[in-house]
Design a binder for this molecule. Sequence first.
Ligand code: 13P
Ligand code: SF4
Length: 326
Amino acid sequence: MDLQEEVVKVGFIDRPLPEGVDLVKAIQLLKEQKNAVILAHYYVADEIQAIADFVGDSYALAQYSQKVNASMIVFCGVHFMAETAKILNPNAKVILPDLHAGCSLADAAPEAAFRDFKALHPDAVVVSYINCTAAVKSMSDYICTSSNAVDVVKAIPLDKEIIFAPDANLGRYVEKVTGRKMHIWEGACMVHVNISDAKLAQLMELRPEAILIAHPECPSSILDKAAFIGSTKALIDHVSKSDHHCFIVATEAGILFKMREAAPGKILIPAPSFENNTCACAECPYMKMNTLEKLYNALQYELPMVHIDPHVQEGALKALQNMLSI
Ligand code: 13P
Ligand code: SF4
């Protein structure tokens, strides 16, 4: 099977590693040889965040991808993030270590169904959360992330109808903060909706000294109890600046790696999820598809590469630029 066939079939390059290789050193060496940068989201495994040139939330990663001067961007995150990097920096080779690293939110808004939804509200301004496909971005007026969704919606004139997609929890949170009623697409993040309300209530009773902080992809039943709501970056900043000592963190558990670095000595308790009775914290299976082995092979073979359909590039770029300019 040639390399491209392998990528199509399994999503990543599954070649044996050189015997006895020190993966961290080998990745660093390959990166320098190829003028590549490694970007990572806060939800990927600790060892990948530790080796990355830049770790950030979706907004910071988009900004960094646009500005970085490198021949190759290896994006340790999920597919929509790597697509965003390619749209913003079309001359760079953008590599995603596992092409099957998707997102339940992006999957929730297929292109054709989204076009039909838009047709129901032809006068509406379309605001799409960055967790969507390039095709959906190209049908949007603005992209937003969890760090700027409120500001993006506030920037739209009051007499305009708004479509908000694909995260219904974020959409309802924005409605509550801004007082704007929107046409909301009913998508959800499989990780944040899996945080158990009942287990969380028990934990809060057990640890009354702990402050609940939450990502806005959580359902309103959790957000209503939270003392602070924000993007991954905002949650990290809040914990490091706050006078409080103990936090329950309602988002994907990978965030704890950088949060511990930013706030050494503070007590950080991951919010419990429904199914996972062993480690009992919320983990994104897609983010966790990024491994050091796949990262090494991705750099070595410069695959899997992310491509953008030329038909959607221009529209998606415009919607992203409209966000970045706010
Ligand atoms: P942010 O990093 O923008 O908060 O997004 C969280 C997320 O779910 C990424 O998939
Ligand atoms: Fe998508 Fe949720 Fe995973 Fe983020 S945590 S990539 S929103 S499934």
